[in-house]
Design a protein around this ligand. Structure first.
Ligand SMILES: *Cc1c(COP(=O)(O)O)cnc(C)c1O
Length: 232
């Protein structure tokens, strides 16, 4: 198995190639290290090679790891589902929340912003495949959600995030990535949201296709850090 440094170098190469294939600049794409089930040692290895963006799925796991990494200058994204009773903790631990998918959670986060005077950038998680077992707002309900939350004090809607259906053949995923890009462009125009620019899409298996379709953040776990330790 390769080391983290070697993995990161190869991922960067593949991102650059995918970007250039479609006339994008490689530096438009950021790598987020999806660190669930990964040790802080592995995270450090990646950070030593220039990784600055870390994603965690679970509030508790982030809470446990962050003290061991507090000497590093990192940006933390929540990429897992957010329950309302964890919102305050998440607000304290994360720089950006990628998984806002309902009014209730947006209002809760906005209240925390108002209480603390802090601004919070967020992404909206979209269930692009309309899958029953998945979190995220359905594409057809997205404009209504944006209408409700776009003026909430303190919240800045910066992007969209998705976890598309899994297909072994990555080409089958392409239409879902494209859909997310189209949704972003439509919303940007419809609601005059110039700050809505980011597209968080693509994981270890399919990030090259995501980059070709406009990803600005790819969330890479196993291809970067190696196999995960199962959640206890
Ligand atoms: C686990 C996870 C990833 C990374 O998955 P890999 O296949 O290991 O790259 C990305 N995004 C989310 C939301 C995840 O839960």
């Amino acid at each position: 198995m390769n080391g983290v440094a070697e993995n990161l170098r190869r991922i960067r190469e593949k991102i650059a190639e995918a970007a250039l294939r479609v006339g994008r600049k490689p530096e438009e794409v950021k790598i987020l290290g999806a660190a669930k089930g990964q040790s802080t040692e592995k995270i450090r290895e990646a950070v030593a090679e220039g990784l600055t963006l870390i994603g965690e799925n679970y509030v508790q796991e982030a809470e446990k790891k962050k003290p061991f990494l507090s000497d590093l200058s990192l940006t933390w994204h929540l990429i897992g589902h957010l329950q309302k009773n964890k919102a305050k903790k998440a607000f304290e631990l994360f720089d950006l929340i990628e998984t806002v998918d309902r009014i209730e959670i947006a209002e809760k986060l906005s209240k925390l912003c108002q209480k603390t005077g802090r601004r919070l950038p967020v992404f909206i998680e979209v269930n692009v495949g309309g899958e029953e077992n998945k979190k995220g707002i359905l594409p057809e309900a997205l404009p209504e959600l944006i209408r409700h939350i776009k003026d909430l004090p303190g919240l800045e809607i910066r992007g969209l995030m998705c976890i598309p259906p899994y297909f072994e053949d990555v080409e089958a995923v392409r239409p879902y990535f494209r859909r997310l890009r189209e949704l972003r462009d439509e919303l940007q125009e419809k609601f005059d949201l110039p700050a809505l620019t980011e597209l968080s899409m693509g994981m270890s298996h399919d990030f090259e296709v995501a980059v070709e379709e406009g990803a600005t953040i790819v969330r890479i776990g196993t291809a970067l850090f190696g196999p995960r330790t199962p959640k206890k």
